[in-house]
Design a protein around this ligand. Structure first.
Ligand code: UDP
Length: 387
């Protein structure tokens, strides 16, 4: 990161840009950072503006008592794409962390994702054939044929008992909507395995960047052709900032870009209650989901376990899900039919913004995993540089 002295054109820009950059990138999250690095390595200049007081977007980690705290919720990097894995490994060494959350249902502990350990605990079955037969029996009992929503999808994948104890309340807490009113694809993110494998992901590569995500993003941004301005709100000074660059990459919320002119899209927001505890091990696992209805939070993250920390203290975050309101931080796009329809209208508007590329979770209104964001940034940078 440095001040770029690119004298392509001198412009009258009160942001102190003495040059026109090739790219103005709005947002220093994963999409913006990877895009900036890729074009910078092709000799292009990039100015990144970020309105939050830090880089990294929602992958930002803050070091508290020598523990990297995932300030915007747990982020476990996993991918099946070797190119993405190799690319990210240039900027950080990944540890061998394997995500194996457990679910706490009124004090009963179940392994996730749904696998033979879960089925054994739920029904006492010990073989895959017995587990499959039980799921099939429950599926028939509840009459699910072709699943039309999350509830039917869940029952059809794992049966009614698991749906009731491990899915229904958790999902309703997380999304603030009944499972019948949510798209089936949300639950299909989770593997269902007829083996005793507690790995939450099927991908070939998985881990946590040693030293935290902030250090990883810092390293991606450390390039002479990249300049970074923190605490700058692009939308408050759009005209002037846009004049600083030939092309703009916008990674903020697409509806906000257009002043919510067609109405706001819906998002879920998350509030974290973070506590430093005087114990070296609070819950014995990085992620414990609370799948009952009475517990107001969805999960507790104990951050030290992501990096096998041996600190004498521990930091935990309780995660409370809430409906997003304008002015708050949006987390999860709610990709149901109504919102998809509205998004398509914003997308049509975005196509008239000739010099602007919309990217990332908020720019594309997608429930994206980190690797998919990196993959997309790679594709978009390739296309942008070819045109
Ligand atoms: N889910 C659930 N019970 C759990 C964990 C997940 O019902 O204990 C459902 C829930 O609907 C959630 C979805 O599976 O939204 C995807 O979970 P994932 O862990 O991928 O969510 P994220 O980590 O992105 O919040």
């Amino acid at each position: 990161m440095s001040i770029v002295n690119c004298q392509l054109y001198i412009v009258n820009c009160h942001w102190g840009c003495y040059a026109i950059y090739d790219y103005l990138i709005v947002g220093a999250g994963l999409f913006g950072a990877v895009f900036a690095r890729l074009v910078a390595e092709r000799g292009k200049t990039a100015l990144i503006v970020e309105r939050r007081p830090h880089i990294g977007g929602n992958v930002y980690t803050e070091n508290i008592r020598e523990i990297n705290v995932h300030k915007y919720g747990a982020h476990i990097f996993h991918t099946d794409n070797k190119t993405v894995w190799d690319y990210m490994s240039r900027f950080a060494e990944f540890n061998r962390y394997t995500n194996s959350p457990v679910a706490n249902y009124n004090g009963e502990i179940y392994n996730l994702p749904f696998n033979m350990n879960t089925f054994y605990k739920m029904w006492g079955v010990t073989t895959p054939a017995e587990a499959k037969a039980e799921i099939e029996r429950q599926k028939l009992e509840y009459g699910v044929d072709i699943p039309q929503n999350l509830e039917e999808q869940a029952i059809s994948l794992v049966g009614h008992d698991i749906y009731l104890k491990l899915i229904k309340n958790y999902t309703q807490k997380q999304w603030g909507r009944a499972c019948r009113d949510l798209p089936a694809f949300i639950i299909k993110r989770l593997p269902v395995r007829f083996s005793y494998d507690n790995n939450y992901f099927n991908d070939r590569y998985q881990g946590i960047p040693i030293g935290g995500y902030t250090a990883l993003v810092e390293k991606i941004l450390r390039h002479d052709n990249i300049e970074l301005k923190i605490g700058v709100d692009y939308l408050k000074d759009k005209t002037s900032l846009s004049a600083c660059a030939l092309k703009i990459v916008y990674t903020g919320a697409i509806d906000e870009y257009f002043g919510y002119s067609l109405g706001p899209l819906e998002y879920r927001s998350v509030r974290f209650e973070t506590e430093i505890l005087d114990t070296d091990n609070y819950q014995g696992n990085a992620v414990v989901n609370y799948t009952d209805a009475a517990t107001p939070y969805t999960r507790i993250i104990e951050h030290k376990h992501f990096e096998f920390g041996e600190q004498p203290v521990s930091v935990i975050s309780r995660e409370y899900s809430a409906e997003w309101k304008i002015g708050e931080e949006p987390y999860y796009p709610i990709n149901n039919a109504e919102n998809q329809c509205l998004y398509e209208k914003y997308k049509a508007l975005s196509e008239n913004e000739k010099n602007v590329i919309f990217g990332g979770r908020l720019g594309e209104y997608r429930y994206y995993d980190m690797d998919k964001v990196v993959e997309k940034a790679m594709q978009v940078a390739e296309i942008a540089e070819a045109t």
